[in-house]
Design a binder for this molecule. Sequence first.
Ligand SMILES: [Zn+2]
Length: 335
Amino acid sequence: MSFQSYKAQKRVIEFLQTAIKQDRVAHGYLFYGPKCAYKREIAIEFAKVVNCEKGQLDPCDECPTCMQIQSGNHPDVVVIEPDGNVIKMEQIKQLQHRFRYQSAPGMTRVVILDSADRMRIETANTLLKFLEEPTSSMLAILITEQEKSIVQTVRSRCQTVRFVEPSWLELAKRWQVHGIQPPMNYVLAQCSYEFEQLEMDSDELEKIFRHVIEWSQLLVSKQSTAIVTIQEPWFQEMIQKKQVTLVLDFLMIWLRYVSRLTIRMSDENMVDFIQQGRNIAKRTTQNACAKMMEQVMITRKLVARPELSDQSLIEQLVIQLQKDAPSDWTKLGYS
Ligand SMILES: [Zn+2]
């Protein structure tokens, strides 16, 4: 991997490379932006490039330093993420202990704090004080989704760097690198999952997606069996594995696709599903799809809450969605 692998973040990369070129790399950076914007990956690339033995604007990926950083084994590059719910003071103390001696000459120590918003003010202040000790050649990269979720005192001591949402095509390519083949890589590109969250391969994912398509046909056609689908083994398995959100995301993606087909907008990356898409699109409207998507979104926000049962949430969703389906469906001849 190098900076070139993250084309969507071209402006971020140019900004970081300019800092290197002008020898003006700051002590602290705040990387913020959407979940799948490769903030952590680019932070690692940055750690490599400021230390790469070849001293270029892109990490060489061949020198021992680049390779050690990439594999997560470099003693001077540390990634800290919440231990449980928060980044604890204890983790910062451990870091201070680890870095109590000077680094090797010419080496910039890098601390990457993923989900830096999950850190209490006193922890953040301890960290910043440590980073700003004049003797240390250190660089901290804080990563978060919302810029404002980081307290002002911390933010003001960092250079803020905004990441943009990558395109679906770019995200699809990344899923393919993780072994997810078309068309499912493109489907997954439309929802925000990290690779580690999904323990399924392309075939398993496609099976679920096709189940969702069949389910949507029942939903839109107001067939009473739509509610029975929830009892089917695949659905029950998703409930047990606490992956109802994936089912809802798939339904959302599917409805969006159908909605576009109602106005004859196709998407070549979804061509494997076009026949079923057209069958449904013929019998619904863009407006009805929009209403259904709204309901799915509401349910999506409620799932996985401990006080609510996912199963009954989905049952309520089915009832609601069938209310929103066009009432003259049967007249249109679908059964
Ligand atoms: Zn290198």
